[in-house]
Write a protein that binds this ligand. Structure first.
Ligand code: KG4
Ligand code: ZN
Length: 353
């Protein structure tokens, strides 16, 4: 089966062609166009995102076909993100996908954006398949799940406030770093801060206490807004972001990243232990953070659990992961009708609490 994937939920317009079957899928082409225009606003402006998708969707899809050396007739089905995300942005992809599916006489399937992130790693690592513990960390979501099989998800924990990527973006802003904040903070945190600043900052680990037990509401949940406030206070003590000395900024960035990563790593380790999983799969833009991936690997090495993470291109929003999740549902005989709609918020199919 050959699937055309389309993703327009936020500020990336992406199209991909994927071929094969559920246990052996190959990316024939992947085109991702990032909307740089949002950088000047320090965050995504929904109305601008929708308009940019309208302009980009046709050329991006055409480019995906050219890159694969295929024509439209080679497509057996179309998979499109229909939520969650910016509803105006999603509607561009959904309307385009339905129109093309109708014209070609092929089925269309709506895909949950976060289920797409869950499948991304399997595109590169054939062993990143269930059962596994999943940590999905993006700009809008932070989800810790136990994955028994594809389509069988148990939600263990989530953020009570800011998502992990959102925390990176907001803290970057506080530190005077550009949007998106994740890559900027990761770079900054690698800078040499000198011995005098190396231990100058330490933020407490949010919602992480030794006395928490399985069954406690906060055993798996996370919260990052307090950490953001701690960073704000640290910046204020030193004056303002504009007057922050570069080594001090790097030291704060590192202390923030350390606190956030240790929280995610410990909560994931708890899930691995409770469900006796031998694999951990990371997904979402923050999974492109090498420091997180390395910390996860060394923390879980003694337990024998292996950690799989997507490359940065498949960690952030892309249509290959949407085509891959779509392929799974299509092979189970699922189809969406032409009444398929876009939703700002929808539950992950197959998710139980
Ligand atoms: O998955 P994604 O592309 O979009 C959403 O579904 O939200 O994730 C984007 C988020 C942004 O918040 C961005 O700052 C973060 O992922 N991000 C990172 C890194 N690369 C992207 N966060 C930490 N470290 C990175 N290297
Ligand atoms: Zn995403």
């Amino acid at each position: 089966m050959r699937v055309l994937g389309i993703e327009t939920s936020c500020d990336e317009t992406s199209a991909a062609l994927l071929s094969g079957s559920d246990d052996d899928a190959r990316i024939d082409s992947l085109v991702i166009l990032s909307q740089d225009v949002h950088r000047i606003f320090g965050g995504v402006v929904p109305e601008i995102a929708s308009r940019a998708h309208v302009t980009a969707v046709v050329p991006v899809v055409e480019q995906a076909f050219r890159q694969a050396g295929l024509t439209r007739e080679a497509v057996d089905a179309i998979a499109v993100t229909n939520g969650p995300g910016l509803v105006g942005a999603l509607l561009v992809g959904v309307s385009f996908a339905k129109a093309l599916a109708f014209a070609l006489g092929v089925p269309v399937i709506g895909v949950h954006h976060m289920e797409g992130h869950l499948f991304a790693t399997a595109l590169e690592s054939p062993e990143a398949v269930p059962p596994f513990t999943a940590l999905l960390v993006s700009g809008g979501h932070t989800l810790l799940m136990d994955v028994e099989g594809w389509g069988q998800y148990r939600l263990l924990g989530r953020t009570r406030d800011d998502a992990a990527g959102e925390a990176f973006d907001k803290v970057a802003k506080l530190l005077g770093l550009p949007y998106p904040g994740g890559p900027a903070i990761e770079r900054e945190a690698r800078d040499d801060v000198g011995t005098s600043l190396a231990n100058a900052y330490r933020f407490s680990r949010p919602m992480l206490r030794r006395d928490q037990r399985p069954g406690d509401a906060d055993y798996y949940d996370v919260s990052f807004s307090g950490l953001k406030t701690a960073v704000l206070n640290a910046v204020r003590e030193d004056g303002a972001a504009a007057s922050l000395e570069p080594p001090r900024r790097a030291a704060i960035a590192r202390a923030f990243q350390d606190a956030l990563i240790e929280t995610l790593v410990e909560k994931t380790a708890r899930a691995v232990r409770q469900f006796k999983r031998e694999r951990v799969v990371l997904g979402g833009g923050v999974a492109g953070n090498r420091t997180l991936v390395e910390a996860m690997r060394s923390r879980l090495a003694p337990s024998g659990a292996r950690v799989f993470a997507p490359s940065p291109r498949l960690a952030t929003d892309n249509a290959a992961m949407i085509a891959r999740a779509g392929l799974f549902h299509l092979e189970r005989g699922e189809r969406s009708g032409l009444e398929l709609n876009a939703f700002a918020s929808i539950p992950i199919p197959g998710l139980a609490n």
